[in-house]
Ligand binder design. Structure first.
Ligand SMILES: NC(=O)c1ccc[n+]([C@@H]2O[C@H](COP(=O)([O-])OP(=O)(O)OC[C@H]3O[C@@H](n4cnc5c(N)ncnc54)[C@H](OP(=O)(O)O)[C@@H]3O)[C@@H](O)[C@H]2O)c1
Length: 265
């Protein structure tokens, strides 16, 4: 693994090590920060044969694991949970000290966004989590399903008809989970982006051309006021590119104007 653009945290061992990646992808100090982590093919597919797995690779999985280990909460759409058979977050020994020092729970909380509450409550995500799984739904969700879900999960309600994502994100922040990570899927990410909630996008580009009818990694109506993002890090391994883009704070900034300091302010 080699870093082509971005600040080198100088951790011994370089970009391939967990220590280096943990420093390079550290959340900024301060308030709530929502990062999304997604993988795409060269031609923009968000899935291959129905899953993201076919687009991923060894280094992508390594970075995926580090980003999970750094966050307080993973925000994910119910379709991704159903399609990919989501399991609870793990406590990883390599990150135990770091998480304890940061006042974090031993494992990230998985927060599932759903309108239907069509979730398999007998799955390990609800029966074996190290930290309780959160279900984020609407105030008018089906009452019987809501009652059953509340027996197995910490339920947050925000919005009627559709989850009000700014309120949902605020509710997660109020629980003390300011380091937020969205793992998609594309439809949830489309809304997070449209609501202006996305501070950072970590996009892995797989060296594959797939065609097909897969959606892009952000799926939804066109965002009314498209703003450039700025590139702060680019890592390469075996033809995969691992990009890290931050929300541009200066609207006059060119999208090609990357900041070599990696300063997230
Ligand atoms: N390339 C990647 O990095 C990546 C990452 C993740 C997933 N994926 C792939 O993407 C596919 C799934 O993504 P997707 O875009 O179809 O679905 P998704 O975003 O994972 O989930 C959509 C579902 O989330 C719930 N939801 C989203 N926004 C909501 C809102 N505002 N209010 C209430 N509920 C809301 C609804 O659940 P209910 O239906 O339960 O109401 C909706 O059907 C899978 O094939 C997966 O493998 C790829």
């Amino acid at each position: 693994m080699r870093q082509l653009i971005g600040a080198d945290p100088g951790t011994p061992g370089g970009p391939g090590t967990l220590e280096w990646l943990a420093e390079a992808y550290a959340y900024p100090d301060g308030g709530r920060w929502l990062r999304a982590n997604m993988v795409t093919s060269l031609d923009g597919a968000a899935r291959l044969d129905g899953l993201s797995e076919g687009l991923s690779g060894e280094a992508d999985k390594r970075i995926f694991g580090v980003l999970r280990a750094l966050c307080d909460v993973v925000l994910v759409g119910a379709e991704t949970v159903r399609a990919e058979g989501y399991r609870p977050g793990r406590a990883r020994a390599e990150f135990a000290e770091r998480r304890a020092a940061a006042g974090q729970l031993p494992a990230p909380v998985i927060a599932v966004v759903t309108r239907s509450l069509d979730l398999d409550l007998s799955a390990p995500l609800f029966t074996e989590p190290l930290v309780p799984t959160v279900v984020v739904t609407t105030v008018d969700a089906p009452p019987d399903r809501l009652a059953r879900t509340a027996e197995r999960a910490d339920v947050i309600t925000a919005g009627t008809g559709s989850v009000d994502l700014p309120r949902a994100v605020a509710a997660l922040t109020e629980r003390g989970w300011r380091r937020q990570l969205s793992e998609g899927g594309p439809r949830l990410l489309g809304q997070l982006a449209a609501e202006g909630l996305l501070d950072e996008l970590c996009l892995s580009v797989a060296p594959l051309v797939t065609a097909g009818d897969s959606p892009r990694i952000v799926n939804g109506p066109q965002i009314p006021h498209v703003r450039p993002m700025r590139l702060v890090s680019l890592i390469e391994q075996k033809g995969f590119l691992f990009t890290r883009y931050l929300r541009a704070t200066d609207p006059d900034r060119s999208p090609n104007d990357h900041d070599l300091t990696g300063d997230a302010s």
